[in-house]
Design a protein around this ligand. Sequence first.
Ligand SMILES: Cc1cc2nc3c(=O)[nH]c(=O)nc-3n(C[C@H](O)[C@H](O)[C@H](O)COP(=O)(O)O)c2cc1C
Length: 117
Amino acid sequence: MQNIQSILAYDLIGFGSGIYWGKHDKALLDLVGTLPLVNNKKAFIFSTSGIREGRFINNFNRQLKRRLLAKGFTISGVFSCRGFDTVGPLKLIIELSYGLPNAQDLEAAANFAKELG
Ligand SMILES: Cc1cc2nc3c(=O)[nH]c(=O)nc-3n(C[C@H](O)[C@H](O)[C@H](O)COP(=O)(O)O)c2cc1C
């Protein structure tokens, strides 16, 4: 991988991954830890998870958000939707996650991107 700090050349940076054991991919969380402090640089967060993200419980984005804020980013938006899941309780009823993200999720993602500007 090229110098990871080169991503800081961008005005708006998206950070996202699938959710694993309640948070973003460890590699992504570690990557944010390696970034230098920034001054109100704009970031957005995205994730897919087996269970729908919630504000209080299943707040999967909390840890990444906290790390980005600690580095001096401002969070311009957060997008989450369900993805195809092969672990946990959904493994038993896997057909529930076939076809996810679906057309509605993709439309919501496109609207999210438009609103980010
Ligand atoms: C090892 C593992 C752990 C997971 N942990 C969670 C979890 O804690 N909560 C959840 O809602 N989904 C969990 N999932 C489901 C994933 O978040 C979901 O399948 C996601 O769409 C995967 O994204 P990816 O295809 O980009 O890897 C887990 C999946 C795997 C493989």
